[in-house]
Design a protein around this ligand. Structure first.
Ligand code: APR
Length: 295
């Protein structure tokens, strides 16, 4: 390369330079990774934020550990705590947030490669993101299955029972408990997730929004993009960062504040406010506000 290009390569991207890149159509295959933080503004608490997160409200269920509420072995023993929590989680008449609409706008601008969400609230569907552009990596409430005879139910069929705080029982085999198709710890991730290993190396920009990146294998996806793919974290707190340790063997976490960082940028704060700033910098307010007004 010329020296100029070499110098360019070594300067890490920033929130502003990435916005300019999107504006100038530099990024054509953008992957989004989202978590509970993007739906807090829709009225669904996240899991791990201290005091407000769902995991801090589970004392009443005397669980061995918070995630047990999403584990198969505990569910089979006692499905009640899960269905009490499901009453809070199951999407009622919730509306997509500006972040959900931003994902849809990227799709309309033909630069969205895929949205990988951990959320089970189906707000991406409500934002009309095309099914082929969406991977619900932890499943969703859209369908439910009898654990005995595998008969499938829609959310509409089991929501009224859940809203009454009851455990939905299978009408067909009369024996099984009907469990929403959200991925429990110990279960395989939905087939769409296997797309990731082919998908991520194609990305030229990865944007991670509203997730603690604590749950694997989802959290490890940030390592699957190529070395020259820019990565932007938009979150209340810094997560997934590089930790020098004897085991890290080139752990490819975010490398903010490191001299060898040539691809990671971060913008910490409320994701909804940040996305509105982002849209402004890109120059897409008009279409963005039309999407907000439509919803
Ligand atoms: N703006 C930006 N970030 C936010 C906001 C907000 N308004 N609200 C919360 N956050 C951040 C929190 O600081 C936290 O880093 O979003 C992240 C939410 O992390 P978690 O609560 O752990 O949610 P998530 O990462 O989606 O959890 C992953 O854990 O229990 C499992 O299967 C469940 O899919 C879930 C998985």
């Amino acid at each position: 390369w010329g020296d100029e290009e070499k110098k360019q390569k070594l300067i890490p991207p920033s929130f502003g330079s990435i916005a300019r890149g999107i504006k100038n159509n530099k990024y054509k295959k953008i992957i989004l990774m989202t978590g509970a933080g993007i739906s807090v503004a829709a009225g669904i608490p996240d899991f791990r934020s201290p005091k407000t997160g769902l995991y801090s409200k589970l004392e009443k269920y005397d669980l061995p550990y918070p995630e047990a509420i999403f584990s198969m072995e505990y569910f089979k023993k006692n499905p009640k705590p899960f269905f009490k929590l499901a009453k809070e989680l199951i999407p009622k008449d919730l509306k997509p947030t500006p972040v959900h609409h931003f994902c849809k706008l990227l799709e309309k601008k033909k630069v969205l490669h895929r949205v990988y969400t951990q959320n089970i609230d189906t707000l991406e569907r409500k934002a009309n993101i095309l099914p082929e552009k969406l991977v619900e990596a932890h499943g969703s409430f859209a369908y439910a299955t009898c654990l005995k005879c595998r008969y499938r139910y829609t959310q509409k069929e089991i929501q009224p029972i859940i809203m009454k705080g009851k455990v939905p029982k299978c009408k067909k085999c009369k024996k099984g408990v009907v469990k929403p198709n959200i991925t429990f710890f110990g279960e395989n991730l939905p087939s769409g997730f296997s797309l990731a290993h082919r998908d991520f190396p194609k990305a030229d920009l990865l944007i991670v929004i509203g997730t603690s990146l604590q749950v694997m294998p989802f959290g490890s996806l940030i390592h699957h993009v190529n070395e020259d793919c820019h990565r932007l974290l938009i979150n209340k707190e810094e997560v997934g960062v590089y930790r020098k340790s004897i085991f890290s063997r080139g752990h490819k976490g975010f490398r903010f504040n490191r001299s060898d960082n040539t691809r990671d940028a971060k913008k910490l704060g409320d994701c909804q406010e940040i996305i509105k700033q982002f849209v402004k910098l890109i120059g897409w307010e008009k279409e963005f506000n039309e999407l907000l007004d439509e919803s």
